[in-house]
Design a protein around this ligand. Structure first.
Ligand code: 5GP
Ligand code: MN
Length: 335
């Protein structure tokens, strides 16, 4: 959407800071579909910081927060919104490249709020707000909101630090992916100094499985398939194969991704006649371009899309596109 202010880079410009400078106001923190820790952690961190300065803040989005993120401080404030309410001085979207990922709530927010602010690190961001702050170098939106709070002089309380630390933790695969930079560690260090507890966050994210989850994990891993001389691997879960809550609490695409030879890893999850596809690239393949062919998006090494079911048809289409991307990345390589 044109007409808005666009600012790029790691340091927020005055246009980004101005909406949050006043003491007291009303804000909406609006999340995207199937919210993850980067969107939830950043909305909560900014919202809690504003509340600390006397603002009244509403939190929510098209879907409730997953139970696995129930440890995020303030998460009880976030829920599924049928109506956004209002009026608001400002509505903030974080980690949301495409307004369609609010399932129509953005249209209500435009009517209810005087100003819409879009804070994001996705390269395919649509610049749909009045103020668009984009930093494609940021590993997570969590790094950006940290800079925002620093620039505003907002105190980093332990709940705020924990939210931002978790946002960065998950978007970097626990500080393991190629998006990690020196800045990531500097930010993480500042957040730990402010009270985020790394061991507690790791345990909350990865060591709170239900006893049955290991059985579902075994069931899932048995479905991993590898092809194209080991360069393509995927895992397909037809509807009902394993419980939805289990899939939501696991990054199952990481298992096909973990195979040494794999360049593109895919997860296919069938639900309600649609198939949610997660794509991960290692090295030379830009999986965002694969997702974009199906109306999705994301980052170079992590992207996703939703395609019509059944799962076999979704796999045929997406795996063909992945093979084409592999062939393009290394022309002449065995198919
Ligand atoms: P995940 O596979 O973990 O759901 O998503 C990985 C990345 O791809 C995230 O950055 C997410 O924002 C993006 N992504 C996943 N699904 C979609 C989608 O359907 N549309 C768009 N635009 N991005 C997606
Ligand atoms: Mn993110």
């Amino acid at each position: 959407m044109s007409g808005g202010v666009e600012h790029r880079g790691s340091t927020p410009a005055e246009a980004v800071l101005a909406p949050f400078r006043k003491d007291g106001g009303r804000a909406l923190m609006l999340g995207h579909v199937h919210p993850d820790a980067d969107v939830l952690g950043t909305l909560l961190a900014l919202g809690l910081a504003l509340e600390g300065r006397g603002w009244s803040v509403a939190y929510g989005g098209p879907h409730a927060a997953p139970g696995a993120l129930g440890f995020l401080p303030g998460i009880e404030r976030y829920g599924r919104l049928a109506e956004v309410g209002g009026p608001f001085d400002v509505a903030v979207l974080t980690d949301c490249p495409n307004p369609q990922r609010t399932e129509g709530l953005i249209d209500q927010a435009r009517r209810a709020a005087r100003l819409i602010v879009n804070i994001d690190h996705h390269p395919d961001n649509r610049r749909y707000a009045d103020v668009n702050w984009l930093d494609v170098e940021a590993a997570a939106t969590g790094e950006m909101v940290y800079e925002l709070l620093e620039a505003l002089g907002a105190p980093l309380t332990p709940p705020i630090a924990t939210n931002l630390f978790t946002a960065i933790h998950t978007d970097t695969g626990s500080f393991r992916y190629s998006n990690v930079t020196a800045r990531t560690f500097r930010t993480a260090a500042a957040l730990v100094a402010a009270g985020a507890e790394p061991a507690l966050v790791s345990e909350s994210l990865y060591e709170r499985r239900a006893p049955d989850a290991l059985r579902w994990l075994g069931e899932s891993l048995a479905r991993v398939e590898v092809s194209d001389a080991g360069r393509l691997a995927w895992l397909a879960l037809p509807a009902g194969a394993v419980p939805e809550t289990f899939v939501e609490s696991e990054e199952l695409v990481n298992y096909p991704r973990s195979i040494a030879t794999v360049r593109v890893a895919c997860l296919f999850r069938e639900r309600g006649g649609e198939v949610k596809v997660s794509l991960r690239g290692k090295g030379d393949v830009d999986v965002q371009r694969i997702a974009a062919q199906f109306g999705g998006g994301g980052h170079r090494s992590a992207a996703g899309c939703t395609v019509p079911g059944p799962v076999a048809a979704a796999m045929r289409a997406v795996l063909a596109a992945a093979r084409a991307a592999l062939a393009e990345a290394r022309p002449g390589a065995p198919r």
